[in-house]
Design a protein around this ligand. Structure first.
Ligand SMILES: Cc1ncc(COP(=O)(O)O)c(C=O)c1O
Length: 416
C-alpha cells in the first residue's frame, strides 16, 4: 500500500465502538453523514477536562479556570487554522450548523434584508439551509428563490446566473450535498454571487469533515459546520464570519460574557467573537472539537479526501452493476465532483425495509428524506431514499458487506 493511503483497519483501533458486535455481527457504520463515530482521543480530551481542570472560562482568577480558558481559546485557533479563517476572532461557537445558519438569518439577515429583496438558495439544500431563509423571507416580505438542478445532480448554472440578476441580498448554498454527494464549485459560485452584490453564506456541514476547506480562498462571508460530523462531540458547531461583518452585526442573545459593560440605561458589547457567545459556552465541546481537529490533521485532509474518493468509486462500481439499483447524484466517472455520500434506490423496495435488512446484518445506513424534502420529494420525486456515507474508518470490505445486504434485500423481495 502506498504511504499516502490511509489504513482504515489501523484507524478503527482508535474507535472503541467497533469492538462491540451489533446483531451478532461486526458493526459496519455507513452513516457518518448523519454523525461520525468518535475516537478515543476525543473522548479522553473531554474526560481529562472534567477530571483535571473543570472550571468556568473567562472569569476565574485561579489556575484551573485559566487552563480551561486557554484550552477553549486554543481550540478556536485550531478551528481558524483548520479552515484558514484567519484568527480565532472570526470563529463563533454555536450548537451546530443549524444554529449557525439561523444566527446569520436572525442577525445579519434581519438587519439587511427588506421588503421586496431576494434570497437565493438551491434545490439541494438541507432543511437547515432552507427554513431559516423561509422564516426570514416571511418576516421581511422578501422572496426566496431556489436554483434548479441539472441532471438531478448539479446546480444549473445558466438558471443560477439568471437568478443572480435579481441581485439577491443573500446567497446561501451547501458546499457538499448530503443526499446527492455533489461537491459544488463553491469558489466560482461565491465569486459570481459577490459580483451580483450578495452576501454569501456556505453550509459546510458535509465538506469540512471530509476534505481540505479554505474559507478565505472560497471568499464567502459566512461559513457553518458541526463538530459531531467530524469526530467531535455533539452540541458544538462553528460559525465563521468575516471580521467586518461580525463587527457590524448585532448579537442574537444577550447575557453574561457577551458584554463589555452593562448599565441600567443600556449595554455595550464585548469584542468579537465573544459578542456572539452569551452565557457559559460548551467548554468540553470546544476541547473535544480541538482534539478532533488534531486527529484529522494527524491523518491529513487530502488523504481523507483521496480515501473517500476511492471508496466511493468502488461503491459506485459495485452497486451500479446490480440490476434494479439506482444511484442518485453525479454519475460514475464523476467522483471528483462527489463526496463520500451515496444515495440509492432499489426497484420497488421501501428504503425503510432496506435499512432494516441492512441492520440485521450489522450495517447502519440511513433511509428517509435526509432533511432535504424539496430535493427528495420534488426533484428526485421519491418518498425517501437509502443513503450510505463513508469516512476514515470505512474500507472496501464495508462496501462488500453493503453489496451482500442489497442482494439479500433483493432475494427477500423477489427482485430479479
Ligand atoms: C448539508 C447539511 N447541512 C446542515 C446539516 C445540519 O447539521 P446539524 O444537525 O449538525 O445542525 C446537515 C446534517 O445532516 C447537513 O448534512
Amino acid at each position: 500500500m502506498p504511504a499516502a493511503e490511509l489504513d482504515p483497519s489501523e484507524i478503527k483501533k482508535d474507535f472503541p465502538i467497533f469492538d462491540k458486535p451489533i446483531n451478532g455481527k461486526r458493526l459496519v457504520y455507513l452513516d457518518s453523514a448523519a454523525t461520525s463515530q468518535k475516537p478515543r482521543q476525543v473522548v479522553d480530551a473531554i474526560v481529562n477536562y472534567y477530571y483535571t481542570f473543570n472550571a468556568n472560562i473567562h472569569r476565574g482568577i485561579y489556575k484551573i479556570s485559566e487552563q480551561a480558558t486557554e484550552e477553549y481559546e486554543r481550540s478556536k485557533e485550531q478551528v481558524a487554522r483548520f479552515v484558514n479563517a484567519g484568527k480565532g476572532e472570526n470563529i463563533i461557537y454555536v450548537r451546530n450548523t443549524t444554529e449557525a445558519l439561523n444566527t446569520v438569518a436572525l442577525t445579519f439577515g434581519n438587519k439587511n434584508v427588506s421588503e421586496g429583496d431576494h434570497i437565493l438558495i438551491s434545490d439541494m439544500e438541507h432543511h437547515s439551509n432552507i427554513v431559516p431563509w423561509q422564516l426570514l423571507a416571511k418576516r421581511k416580505s422578501a422572496t426566496l428563490d431556489f436554483a434548479p438542478l441539472k441532471d438531478n445532480a448539479f446546480i444549473d448554472m445558466s438558471s443560477y446566473e439568471k437568478l443572480l440578476q435579481n441581485n439577491p441580498k443573500i446567497v446561501a448554498l451547501t458546499h457538499v450535498s448530503n443526499v446527492l454527494g455533489t461537491i459544488n464549485d463553491i469558489k466560482k459560485i461565491a465569486s459570481m454571487a459577490k459580483k451580483a452584490g450578495a452576501t454569501v453564506v456556505v453550509d459546510g456541514a458535509q465538506s469540512v469533515p471530509h476534505m481540505p476547506v479554505d474559507v478565505s480562498d472560497i471568499g464567502c462571508d459566512f461559513f457553518a459546520f458541526s463538530a459531531h460530523k467530524m469526530l467531535g462531540p455533539s452540541g458544538i458547531g462553528v460559525l465563521y464570519g468575516k471580521k467586518e461583518l461580525l463587527e457590524t452585526t448585532e448579537p442574537l442573545f444577550g447575557g453574561g460574557d457577551m458584554i463589555s459593560s452593562v448599565r441600567r440605561s443600556g449595554s455595550e458589547w464585548n469584542e468579537i467573537p465573544w459578542k456572539f457567545e452569551a452565557g457559559t459556552p460548551n467548554i468540553e465541546g470546544a476541547i473535544g472539537l480541538g482534539a478532533a481537529i488534531k486527529y484529522l490533521e494527524g491523518i491529513g485532509m487530502q488523504r481523507i479526501r483521496n480515501h473517500e474518493k476511492s471508496i466511493t468509486r468502488y461503491a459506485m462500481e459495485s452497486i451500479s452493476s446490480i440490476p434494479g439499483a439506482e444511484i442518485y447524484g453525479p454519475k460514475l466517472g464523476m467522483t471528483s465532483e462527489r463526496g463520500g455520500v451515496l444515495s440509492f434506490g432499489l426497484n420497488g423496495v421501501h428504503p425503510h425495509d432496506v435499512s432494516q435488512i441492512f441492520d440485521s446484518e450489522g450495517i447502519a445506513i440511513r433511509a428517509g428524506h435526509h432533511c432535504a424534502m424539496p430535493l427528495v420529494t420534488e426533484v428526485l420525486r421519491k418518498g425517501s431514499v437509502s443513503r450510505m456515507s463513508f469516512y476514515i474508518y470505512n474500507d472496501e470490505s464495508d462496501v462488500d458487506a453493503a453489496v451482500s445486504a442489497i442482494k439479500k434485500v433483493k432475494s427477500i423481495f423477489h427482485i430479479t
